[in-house]
Design a protein around this ligand. Structure first.
Ligand SMILES: [Zn+2]
Length: 62
């Protein structure tokens, strides 16, 4: 592979998820940032929520 001077590259969109139920982490390249996701650790399906909304409900509890 020493011939050729053209270098190709791609930028990967990698999304990191944390499951609300088992706290397991996983990543998906080109993954969704809204809608439904499926946890590979415990198998739970749940809807993604923006982080700002999560912080709002946490403040209410305290
Ligand atoms: Zn899980």
């Amino acid at each position: 592979m020493s011939h050729g001077i053209t270098h190709k590259y791609s930028i990967e969109w990698l999304v990191h998820y944390q499951c609300s139920y088992c706290s397991g982490w996983w990543s998906i390249g080109d993954g969704p940032i809204e809608g439904m996701v499926h946890c590979p650790w415990c198998g739970t399906r749940y809807e993604l929520k923006p982080k700002d909304e999560e912080r709002g409900t946490m403040n209410d509890e305290r």
